[in-house]
Design a binder for this molecule. Sequence first.
Ligand SMILES: NC(=O)c1ccc[n+]([C@@H]2O[C@H](COP(=O)([O-])OP(=O)(O)OC[C@H]3O[C@@H](n4cnc5c(N)ncnc54)[C@H](O)[C@@H]3O)[C@@H](O)[C@H]2O)c1
Length: 482
Amino acid sequence: MAHLLSTSSSLKISPGHKPYCQLLNPVQISFPTSLTFQTSKSAFKRLVFQGDSRGKCFKVQATAVPVSQEVSAKSNSGPHQSSNESSKPQRVMVVGGDGYCGWATALHLSKKGYEVAIVDNLVRRLFDHQLGLDSLTPISSIHNRIRCWKDITGKTIELYIGDICDFEFLSDTFKSFEPDAVVHFGEQRSAPYSMIDRSRAVFTQQNNVIGTLNVLFAIKEYREQCHLVKLGTMGEYGTPNIDIEEGYITITHNGRTDTLPYPKQASSFYHLSKVHDSHNIAFTCKAWGIRATDLNQGVVYGVRTDETSMHAELCNRFDYDGVFGTALNRFCVQAAVGHPLTVYGKGGQTRGYLDIRDTVQCVELAIANPAQPGEFRVFNQFTEQFSVNQLAALVTKAGGKLGLDVQTISVPNPRVEAEEHYYNAKHTKLIELGLKPHLLSDSLLDSLLNVAIKFKDRVDEKQIMPSVSWRKIGVKPKTVKA
Ligand SMILES: NC(=O)c1ccc[n+]([C@@H]2O[C@H](COP(=O)([O-])OP(=O)(O)OC[C@H]3O[C@@H](n4cnc5c(N)ncnc54)[C@H](O)[C@@H]3O)[C@@H](O)[C@H]2O)c1
């Protein structure tokens, strides 16, 4: 697989040394669509770190304050384990902590007093390089982000750079960090990316399914009591013509009744990987007594949380392109640059949505109220549902108030999906645990549009239109033209 990566680093750097990475032997390949990128057979094999190379894990700790202050920061009161255990703060490993949801969550948990470690192989940044994409907002390197957080708050976030598909690396991180909870965001998360060609479909399923399987084995082997909080997606359910329940449905069939996993109807190779993850997790809860929460998340919008707004270096990513951009974020960028909002097909596609500030809240609630040993708990994590046409209308109205002339066009739907359908998904369990939703209001849309306007010079309009078709999926790896 030309673009596949082996990203685990076997180096340990000492504090103060700055790591840097170099992509070597780039292989230019031709893609019959409208983008260009370069890829490398061993893109991260020459991830080079200045420092010594003894251990297996590459672990970085921000060291911006003296050790004495570090100790006092660690002793701050915060979320602690239950009284029959020690009084240490809970230790949370955030897999995928350099990504959109993971970065915001890592900061939020750190601020709340959890001991946090980020585990990430930085592959998301590599996808951008490969496809010629970029976040609308400028984002700092993970190392600078963590140093900045330490400077501002005095709080340490540990960093392990590596691939969770590499079990040796993952084992080392478990043994070193000893998590009480693992929040698993670390997957290839774009449906269009998984539909580019055979290579990306295989990569997505291999990366996601094996990564999750490794996390399950690591918990079983090293931290049996550790609570797994796994990010699934509402897309696993598809769009059935009945109400969507939270994980399970009670069915009476031929006079007998049972409560069974809610049927899954995934609509891309990415969504299928998430369904398989859910099955693997459910099975290991039953077989090994693992405690797990599957958060079937809706589409996330927004860029700011209380913590990421604290400094420009902490700024989160904001994807608007046709591969990684999510609907509402993309519409705001389109409105800001005067590009018509691109509604796919009839625009009746309805999904659950939530503010990134609620993503971090939901994860914290799940950690603070863990599943029982052997329990496979499923929460539908979204706060409101909208059709694509409704979102376009909201952005048009909000744009008008800011003096933007917002137009909407319908483009041929690149996906295979129902464009008009029934949709009513339950989402009460997180509310019952205490979620206070940030609903999509005029003021939020104003602020999202203002972020888009602020960075509109960074928008690459060539990336806005859909570039991946479900029906014309390529067999060979594609290279795209600039
Ligand atoms: N963003 C959304 O709207 C949304 C909606 C529903 C569900 N989700 C789920 O939430 C999770 C996070 O989504 P996101 O938008 O933050 O994605 P993202 O791509 O921004 O972040 C994922 C992070 O995981 C890392 N990663 C991927 N594979 C890895 C591996 N094998 N080893 C180590 N690190 C790895 C990437 O480098 C990246 O930093 C995903 O599982 C996604 O399916 C996201």
